[in-house]
Design a protein around this ligand. Structure first.
Ligand SMILES: [Zn+2]
Ligand SMILES: [Zn+2]
Length: 450
């Protein structure tokens, strides 16, 4: 089974439209200038200078002058809370949030209720996604039964049922022997093993980053050591077994160093980083707003700048949101009792553009490239704005500012750490797998209404 077949979404109407005069920026093809993009039957049919192409028959023209067209973003780490916790999110709302954020594909984590640790659970989920998901979704299955860390799942059967890879995300695989066995099975069945790195003995009952702020607030802290020692251990395991592992949501400078050493040795590792870790620090926790409580926690300024530098250099391969919806009643409790997690699909690009591109810390083309690089890590085709490719792209107004959450969210939950912040860079249109997955009200050449 090819990896592309491990993406599931509902069949939509193939797009027929002309995107006129958008500034096309595709770092992989080197395109960085205004173009018309002609989309026929859901595919990019032609690119031409502004004003050179005509709308397809029965198609419409989207006036995109002043807007940017980027390859669609791909998020390798989201929690869609289905099955079992649909009051937080479901396949429809989660993929609507993804589309609104410019994503043309997402990869969902298996820590649902029940856990995706069995082929029948996975099949039910892929069936549901084939009916409900507005953007393609890939599913990771659990490494261990019920995420308990001891008994391995039937990885080969899960791969046959469509699993894109494996993770116990939400939890680490604490037992090195168990992970080693999983990496040996990976050799037989393929698929990336993705790792949430944390040593529970070091995290204890910590609720935020261990540092000056946690000491001041009197809140138990999670040391960076909890993550970085596990990154180093698992890189060693991957090297020994010649396995392919992916480190999820790296948060600190010591993990970046461990990653660098592993890559220097030629070990097959990759890593992701989240917009919140790239833009916020533990200083935000002074507000005691539980929107700033996530795992791994917001770290110190030195960690944040190391993550930005690692993303810039490509040492960290891609951006992932770790979109983790929780209901209001769950989050509106004292900080220490609140569940960990922030939503992020609808704000990822704007947060990075506003907080890192505009101040000059990261180039726009780097952000655009890293926002879809997660696809390749899982063996999926990376979206390109190139004739012949399926239409996977987003149209973004880089001048538009918006107050996060003021108009609500497409997600079913609103625990967004950027809530109430003015961000710049608004997604206006998203095409995913050749269909219009999201469209904001915008200027369009429609028949005049008299
Ligand atoms: Zn995690
Ligand atoms: Zn996660």
């Amino acid at each position: 089974m090819s990896e592309t077949k491990r993406l599931f979404h509902r069949a939509g109407e193939p797009a027929e439209l002309l995107i006129a005069g958008a500034h096309v920026l595709d770092p992989r093809t080197g395109l960085d200038e205004p173009h018309d993009i002609l989309i026929k039957n859901g595919h990019i049919a032609e690119l031409g200078g502004p004003g050179s192409l005509e709308a397809p028959q029965d198609g419409e023209t989207v006036d995109a002058e002043g807007m940017h067209a980027f390859p669609g973003f791909v998020d390798p780490h989201v929690h869609l809370r289905t099955p079992g916790q649909e009051y937080k999110e479901n396949l429809e709302t989660g993929t609507a949030a993804a589309a609104a954020g410019g994503f043309c594909a997402v990869i969902a984590m298996p820590n649902t209720d029940p856990v995706v640790d069995d082929a029948s659970v996975l099949r039910a989920l892929t069936d549901a996604a084939s009916r409900q998901a507005s953007v393609p979704v890939g599913f990771l299955a659990a490494v261990t039964r019920n995420l308990k860390g001891d008994e391995l799942t039937e990885m080969a059967k899960l791969r046959d049922a469509g699993a894109l890879g494996f993770t116990d995300d939400g939890k680490p695989v604490v037992n090195a022997g168990t992970l080693r066995k999983a990496l040996q099975y990976q050799r037989l069945c393929g698929g990336v093993v993705a790792l949430h790195e944390e040593d529970p003995a070091l995290s204890g009952d910590g609720a935020m980053h261990e540092g000056a702020v946690s000491a001041r607030l009197g809140i138990a802290g999670i040391p960076t050591l909890s993550e970085s020692t596990m990154v180093a251990r698992d890189a060693a395991l991957a090297g020994y077994e010649d396995a392919r592992v992916h480190f999820q949501h790296l948060s600190c400078v010591e993990s970046v160093e461990a990653l660098e050493q592993a890559k220097a040795k030629g070990i097959r590792v990759s890593a992701e980083v989240c917009p919140h870790h790239l833009t916020l620090t533990d200083d935000m926790v002074r507000t005691l707003d539980s929107r700033f409580k996530m795992n791994p926690p917001l770290r110190a300024a030195r960690d944040r700048s190391a993550l930005v530098a690692a993303l810039r250099s490509g040492l960290i391969d891609c951006v992932a949101t770790d979109h983790a919806p929780h209901a209001i009643h769950e989050k509106e409790v004292p900080f220490e009792e609140a569940p960990m997690g922030t939503t992020g699909l609808e704000t990822a690009f704007a947060a990075l553009f506003t907080e890192l591109v505009l101040p000059g810390d990261l180039d726009l083309e780097i952000v655009v490239e890293r926002m879809s690089a997660g696809a390749a890590l899982y063996g999926l085709p990376v979206p390109k704005i190139e004739p012949g490719c399926p239409a996977n792209l987003c149209l973004v107004d880089l001048d538009a500012r918006f107050d996060v959450g003021a108009d609500g969210y497409f997600s079913r939950s609103e625990n967004c750490c950027f809530h109430g912040r003015m961000l710049q860079g608004k997604v206006r249109l998203t095409l995913a797998a050749g269909t219009v997955a999201f469209r904001e009200r915008m200027r369009a050449h429609a028949p005049a209404v008299s």
